[in-house]
Design a protein. Sequence first.
Length: 114
Amino acid sequence: MKDDLIQQDFFERVYEVVRLIPYGRVSSYGAIGKFLGSGRSARMVGWAMNHSHKGNLEVPAHRVVNRNGLLSGRHFFTQTPMEVLLEREGIPVVDYQIQNFKEYFWDPSLELAL
């Protein structure tokens, strides 16, 4: 029970950060985990993204990719919907990888620094 509550709280914090990723930008699972104070939690951030589609949470999960700019969102069942959503935002994708990834990368640790 306690672990479920901790996980739920972490997921909610992930969703709050993901909702802040600007249109036309992307972040990574690891960058979000690091910002939340859990640098080794990229996989947990991925689980949160997977869980985000189970409700009407309005989380732009397509804007979260792996550290190399690869579309790895299993929550989309296939990469095509994720690719289409990113391309609609002006982010070029070739062979499931964001082109010029650094140009589109949004690091919450830098962008949301207090």
